[in-house]
Design a protein around this ligand. Structure first.
Ligand SMILES: Cc1ncc(COP(=O)(O)O)c(C=O)c1O
Length: 381
């Protein structure tokens, strides 16, 4: 961990410039090799990254696509989800989870999340299964794997397809198995700020099913089966070679980065333990990769201002519940009541936890958070 000399230096929610500086020569080689190799679309670098990422996740296949949203959309389409089908999704997630279902032509069914884990709970999902339910799409929110054992058994009992939204969980495990290896397919985002991020938009679908992998390869490439033969209507959603080359470099560092995030989170856990805040409960058998370190407080607005004054950036994931987004105002799925999602939207706050934080940064943030609660005299959430 690097030492930061200036104790007032701004602390960001992520620091990709520092990450790239640390990998400068590897990244330069990867980018120049691609530029001078002259193959920019579906090149060997894409296939190599796909093999490496599939092996990393413990999935048989990985198919590189243009974003996490494309990954989830094409995963749903590849497993046969389409018009007339319902897909169960948590009411507290990034909006792209719902977009993917809509892009596949299906109907999202929002289910309120669990108050302690902030995740989709299997019992609540089960209560929403209808005759039209085709798939369940749990989200490994903030870097912690959802209850995949319960979802697997739920999917079996009702004959549903289980797809993982693994956009925030590269490397996270449940009983030693990595995110991306539980569902029939899983969608990852390699948006730059993710634990494994590209230098632009990128995504990947993992699957253990050969036919689904083959269909994904067609769907990402306008339905192309051979050079001249297009067998279905697809999308232009390919992972480009430059991003694949960059992701190959970064994948080799992912475990060390996740380790560092875990250490940072453990320091917060210890330093903030007695404050009137609530974190999502750590679920048993998990290795959390802390895409975000999230706390919950009703004093969020004042705490954000207090931290901002001290040069500490925070984030809110996510400030407006999905069912209140104007984009969905004419969809019936948005008419439901989701009280936990509403409360979380008002109270969640993400503190910097990324792997580039310097020694002392976590202590400085934790100290500033403590100072806020000492001054405000708050003793409740
Ligand atoms: C939970 C979740 N699902 C889906 C996505 C969509 O990924 P992308 O932004 O790469 O399209 C994201 C990324 O932001 C996400 O956090």
């Amino acid at each position: 961990m690097a030492e930061r000399k200036d104790t007032r230096a701004p602390i960001g929610l992520c620091d990709l410039v520092a990450q790239h500086r640390a990998l400068a020569s590897e990244l330069t080689d990867a980018v120049l090799d691609t530029l001078f190799g002259g193959q920019f679309i579906l090149s060997a670098a894409v296939a190599q990254f796909e093999r490496e990422f599939a092996a990393y996740c413990g999935a048989r296949y990985a198919v590189g696509v243009s974003s996490g949203t494309a990954a989830l959309t094409l995963a749903l389409r590849a497993v046969g989800v389409g018009p007339g089908d319902e897909v169960i999704v948590p009411a507290h997630t990034f909006i792209a989870t719902v977009h993917a279902v809509l892009h596949a032509g299906a109907t999202p069914v929002l289910v309120d999340v669990d108050e302690t884990s902030f995740h989709l709970a299997p019992e609540a999902a089960e209560a929403s299964v209808s005759e039209r339910t085709k798939a369940i799409l749990p989200v490994h929110l903030y870097g912690q794997v959802a209850d995949m054992q319960a979802f697997t058994s739920l999917a079996r009992r009702y004959g549903l397809v289980l797809i993982e939204d693994a956009a925030q969980a590269h490397g996270a495990t449940l009983r030693g198995r990595r995110a991306g290896s539980f569902g029939v397919a899983a969608g990852f985002s390699m948006y730059p700020a993710k634990n494994l991020g590209a230098a632009g938009d990128a995504g990947v679908v993992t699957t253990r099913n050969r036919a689904i992998a083959a269909r994904l390869r067609r769907l990402r490439d306008l339905g192309r089966a051979t050079h001249t033969d297009f067998t279905e209507v697809g999308d232009n959603a390919r992972l480009d070679s430059l991003q694949a080359a960059i992701l190959r470099v970064k994948l080799a560092h992912l475990d060390a980065w996740n380790e560092r995030r875990g250490e940072n989170a453990a320091i917060y856990d210890a330093l903030l333990a007695d404050l009137p805040i609530q974190c999502p409960v750590p679920l048993p058998g998990r290795r959390h990769v802390y895409h975000q370190y999230v706390i919950r407080t009703r004093a969020r607005v004042a705490l954000v201002a207090h931290l901002e004054e001290r040069g500490i950036k925070t984030g809110v994931h996510y400030p407006k519940p999905l069912h209140r987004q104007r984009a969905f105002r004419n969809f019936s799925f948005a008419a439901g009541r989701f009280p936990v999602a509403e409360r979380l939207a008002r109270e969640v706050l993400s503190l910097p936890v990324h792997e580039q934080l310097a020694e002392g940064d976590i202590g400085r943030v934790a100290h500033a958070v403590r100072d806020f609660f000492d001054r405000s005299g708050r003793s409740e959430l």
